[in-house]
Ligand binder design. Structure first.
Ligand code: SAH
Length: 847
């Protein structure tokens, strides 16, 4: 599979690998041509066309005659006249037989799927040597991620024993091959599958048969078994032919864009349908219908789903009745049989004006030029899919669209690419990276290290994903507005997908894991917090805590208590618990536990160095240090006059030494440099910890990657917000972000240039897991951000307990305890200062 990636150089509907992705419907060759200057013919002056709004009644029984008044210019044909192909002859005979032009939709349908000579029917059109490349052909990760989506949905469906997995328009079958291979560890899932491929092209059916390594069952090639995971495979010409009555998962990738579209144009006489005719020179040309056409009914319907402003501004409209009908069929099937459908295509979350285009050998060509020799495709109108589905069945819900980049990102493509990169050679790595960028990027890939001419150009935002699911299935991954709904199964799934050794884990780490899981029950509950909030003074708080794990640590403290004493004693308890764990741990868990301390070490270094800069007493500073971040030479920090000394005298003997190299370029120890030092050390630490966890592999790698990625992203946001309006340049700011996380690298590029909090919010809202956090804030405000991030962190930490056999629980437990202490500090402070009404401002509840 990886080898296949190496040979690919261009992307779907790219003119060449480094030509910007087409994005505007106006690239259609005709949209820019002026209307014909021909004088109106006498026939036209007597023919009027009603506005679409009132065309319904007029549509019935009308025949189409040609209004020459608004003919488009006939297209320029640059090529020499050639003998008509079979398809051209056929199209001309249809037009002749009808006695008038045919709709663009009919033209498109004939061109693409005419059984004898349609574009798709007789050949392999994909790949570098074909006309275009699609996402599954760009990278194996695409099909694998669709596999993740399918297994998540299957779990939400209640893991049925039999499922119809239907793919509409499978092309070469590559997506299905990668899906099956990627999910092969989920035996119950793959064993439940009956694959149904809806494919009109006999040539492509053969290729799918081959790629899926099918062995025929009986005499028919339409029923076979794929030897990839032993699933039955059947072929059908249309969805209607697929047997129903079984829970169903439907995948339609780049299928809708091949469905025929009707095009309409606004004229002084109202909306007219654009038609294809044969001119006197025997060439195809566009004309406008003088009368309302049957498709106008669908136009009326489509307009009822648009806002008046949207309708007003369009001069051209493209609609696809076939897409609407197909969606209705999908929705009815899903509504009755259960399951869901995933539609991914390039398109828009709004009405489409004029997007039909023809592509041959990776170049745009004239739509009417040599039909059948070029791909025709149009933008997909996602709102019309949504409304059609909702109209067809009350039992389905529609989710999205979201961008392909959000979709793949939320399903964990970052982890997948990292996992694959661990185990490949340089050439494969470059290919994986370029594939990744094409799938998730939305322009030229930043930081591209390969040859310039191969800079990948992304499909991440032009392609949108939408799901239609049976109501009983709830919200499918990753469309949840509240991220917590999906994560458990996603965690389980991804953990399993990347493999972990449950048994060996238990031998080495089972005992400690059990202890931590037991400790978890001792975390303060919402009821505990409610009681604490009732306290009148700190002695009351002590009394309430006496029944908890902190009881013995506070019992000998004399009244009146101070907040600092409560915090100190609770921290002491945390440190004792930590020491207990680390004493029991063997490698590599001891190193893992050590890593948890480094963040505190960094904070302690910064505290002492800043304090000395402001001439505070060293002993006093040391008392303020976090005990988990203590090291022997910490007091000596106060002696250092500059960064180099700091390193040479003190830090060289600590685990932080390797993180310090980037800081050495700065000589001075001033406030700004110290903050840069803190963030540089933290970045290096997080990246190092992340790499360490990746090496551990299995569920630890999976869960810790997620938790550390969240930490890296949170820090990137804080660095951005804190550096707005300071001297820190964009480049310097970017250097402080850790090189991993959901925001890496695209979000980083965007955060680096933010100049106010609303711009930060704009960037973050593109990432579904962070949307909920930012939606809690009003515009221009950042005060609640810390709390919102803490809440999200706690949610993720709690989720880490949902899966077994990984070190993430130790990390999660320590972090939850630290949050618990922050809660206690806040409550105590509010009680001590008689500000109880503010208690809820900062307390983060858990479990
Ligand atoms: N999903 C594939 C291929 C997309 S191209 C990929 O992403 O690589 C469109 C596919 O749909 C082709 O396989 C084509 O033969 C098929 N197709 C197009 N119109 C169809 C129709 N009306 N009925 C069935 N299959 C169709």
């Amino acid at each position: 599979m990886l080898r296949r990636l190496l040979t690919q150089t261009t992307s779907r509907r790219l003119l060449s690998s480094n030509t910007p992705f087409f994005s505007k419907p106006s690239l259609s060759p005709f949209s820019s041509l002026p209307s014909s200057p021909d004088p109106p013919s006498s026939a036209s002056s007597s023919t009027t066309v009603e506005n679409v709004e009132d065309s319904t009644s007029a549509a019935a029984g009308t025949t189409i005659s040609i209004d020459r008044s608004s003919l488009f210019n006939p297209p320029d044909h640059s090529h020499e006249p050639t003998p008509d192909s079979e398809l051209v002859k056929h199209l001309k005979s249809v037009i002749k037989f009808r006695g008038g032009p045919i709709s663009v939709a009919e033209y498109m349908e004939e061109v693409l799927t005419n059984p004898r000579s349609g574009y798709y029917m007789n050949r392999d059109v994909f790949g570098a040597r074909g006309d275009f490349i699609t996402s599954p052909e760009v990278s194996q990760m695409f099909g694998e991620m669709i596999g993740v989506w399918s297994v998540c949905l299957w779990e939400q469906m209640g893991k049925p024993e039999r499922v119809n997995l239907i793919e509409l328009g499978p092309g070469r079958g590559t997506l299905m091959v990668d899906l099956l291979r990627g999910t092969s560890k989920f035996r119950n899932f793959t064993e439940s599958l009956h694959i149904h491929l809806v494919e009109c092209s006999p040539a492509l059916q053969k290729i799918q048969h081959q790629n899926l390594k099918c062995v025929d069952e009986g005499s028919s090639e339409k029923n076979a078994v794929s030897s990839i995971v032993g699933t039955p495979v059947h072929w059908h010409a249309s969805l209607e032919d697929v047997p129903s009555g079984v829970p169903t998962i439907i995948i339609a990738h780049e299928f809708y864009d091949a469905l025929p579209v009707h095009q309409f144009q606004k004229t002084p006489r109202g909306w007219c349908e654009k038609m294809v005719d044969v001119g006197e020179d025997s060439q195809f040309r566009f004309v406008l219908s003088p009368q309302p056409t049957p498709a106008a009914l669908y136009l009326v319907k489509r307009c009822t789903w648009a806002t008046p402003e949207e309708r007003e501004k369009l001069e051209h409209v493209e609609i696809s009745p076939k897409s609407m009908d197909l969606t209705q069929e999908i929705a009815k099937r899903i509504g009755t049989d259960g399951g869901g459908a995933l539609i991914i295509d390039y398109g828009m979350d709004g009405m489409i004006s004029d997007s039909l285009q023809a592509i041959r050998e990776h170049k745009f060509v004239n739509i009417l030029d040599d039909p059948g020799s070029a791909d025709l495709s149009a933008y997909v109108d996602f709102p019309s899919i949504k409304h059609s589905a909702e109209e067809a069945s009350e039992n389905v819900t529609v989710h999205g669209p979201m961008t392909q980049s959000q979709f793949l990102g939320s399903l964990g493509i970052n982890f997948r690419v990292d996992a694959l990169l661990q185990n490949c050679d340089d050439e494969q790595a470059e290919s994986l990276r370029s594939g990744y960028w094409r799938l998730v990027g939305d322009g030229e890939a930043p930081f591209w290290e390969g040859p310039d001419e191969q800079t990948p150009i992304g499909m991440g935002t032009r392609y949108l994903a939408m799901a239609i699911v049976n109501r009983n299935q709830g919200t499918p991954a990753p469309f949840q507005s509240l991220p917590c709904q999906s994560s458990r199964s996603e965690y389980l799934l991804k953990g399993k997908m990347y493999g972990f050794e449950a048994l060996t884990f238990n031998i080495h780490s089972g005992y400690l894991e059990a202890i931590v899981r037991g400790h978890r029950a001792g975390l303060l509950t919402t009821a505990d917090y409610n009681n604490l909030c009732q306290c009148e003074n700190l002695d009351d708080i002590k009394m309430h805590l006496s029944a908890t794990k902190y009881g013995s640590y506070l019992q000998n403290e004399p009244s009146p208590l101070h907040t600092t004493t409560i915090v100190e004693k609770c921290t002491l308890k945390l440190v004792d618990d930590y020491k207990h764990m680390i004493c029991q741990a063997t490698e590599p868990m001891s190193t893992f536990l050590e890593y948890i301390r480094y963040g505190h070490m960094i904070d302690n270094v910064v505290l002492i160095v800043t304090g000395t800069l402001h001439e505070r007493d060293v002993q006093e500073l040391i008392e303020k240090c976090h005990p988990l971040g203590m090291f022997d030479s910490i007091a000596t920090l106060a002696v250092a006059q500059n960064m180099r000394e700091l390193y040479r005298l003190v830090l060289v003997d600590t685990p932080l030494a390797p993180y310090f190299s980037e800081c050495l370029t700065s000589e001075d120890l001033d406030d700004m440099n110290i903050e840069i030092m803190r963030n540089t050390l933290y970045k290096a630490y997080l990246e190092d910890f992340y790499k360490f966890c990746q090496k551990l592999g299995g569920a630890t790698s999976e869960i810790m990657s997620d938790l550390l990625a969240f930490e890296a992203d949170r820090r990137a946001v804080n660095i951005t917000i804190n550096s707005i309006g300071t001297e820190l340049t964009r480049e310097d700011r970017k250097k402080l972000y850790s090189n991993f996380g959901l925001l890496y690298p695209y979000g980083h590029e965007e955060l680096a240039i933010c100049e106010d909090i609303d711009q930060v919010r704009g960037v973050m809202e593109k990432y579904p897991p962070y949307q909920a956090i930012f939606s809690k804030m009003s515009y221009g405000e950042s005060q609640m951000l810390d709390k919102a991030f803490y809440e999200e962190e706690v949610r993720r930490l709690c989720l880490a307990f949902e899966q077994q056999f990984h070190y993430g629980v130790f990390f999660a437990y320590m972090r939850l305890r630290e949050q618990e202490i922050r809660n206690l500090m806040w409550i105590s402070e509010c009680v001590a200062q008689n500000q109880k009404s503010r208690i809820h401002d900062s307390v983060v509840y858990m479990f």
